[in-house]
Design a protein around this ligand. Sequence first.
Ligand code: UDP
Length: 234
Amino acid sequence: MEPKYKRILLKLSGEALAGDKKMGLDYDVINSFGKSIKKCVDAGVEVGIVVGGGNFWRGRSSGAMDRTRADHIGMLATIMNSLAVADGLEHCGLEVRVQTSISMPQVAEPYIRNKTIRHFEKGRVCIFGGGTGNPFFSTDTAAALRAAEIEADIFFKATMVDGVYDKDPHQYPDAVRYDTLTFNEILSKGLKVMDSTAAAMCQDNNIPILVFDLSRPDNIYDACMGKNIGTIVK
Ligand code: UDP
């Protein structure tokens, strides 16, 4: 079966890497993502990944610290996660390169778009660490930016809920899940899919967003194959 999407940008939140522990890293969870991503690569999908940092650090909620400095720490947290995910994917038999927006050549390659494309051609997965490299941004925005740069067919926002609801499904049992949304509906209905900078970036560059649940890791593969899961925003 042919995959529906040939090149994807997968955004994994830091929280997702922590599993039930909520903090730090759960290697079994990372491994389960790796197995699904391996199936995608074997099916011919080119995979770019942006990893969040929330399992270690969140700049905006630290409060006491200067925001810029707190965000610097947040960006470093995303690089730690990128290295951990790279390790997990390698254990699943994938070839992986980590590229960072903040230079640290002893640890990982600098992000160079054309190098990324070359890695894809060789069947390698690229993990983009360090967010955008700038404070006051999120890893969702970094993921939208990289999706635009690498001309991804779609932005996979893999989260802890199985799509976008009209209200918080954890609080309201009668919450209704949307199958499809437009970017304008997100704004007009005030739905929280991602921050506005990230959403605007996707809208301006015509990148559809698929929001789906990672508690079933093989959703990554199913999403690539075009199975009807989650909520699509286009
Ligand atoms: N961050 C940043 N610039 C970026 C991306 C991330 O300053 O371009 C910092 C920011 O402090 C953020 C933290 O890194 O809170 C972790 O990223 P995020 O909260 O987006 O991670 P997630 O919620 O996806 O785990």
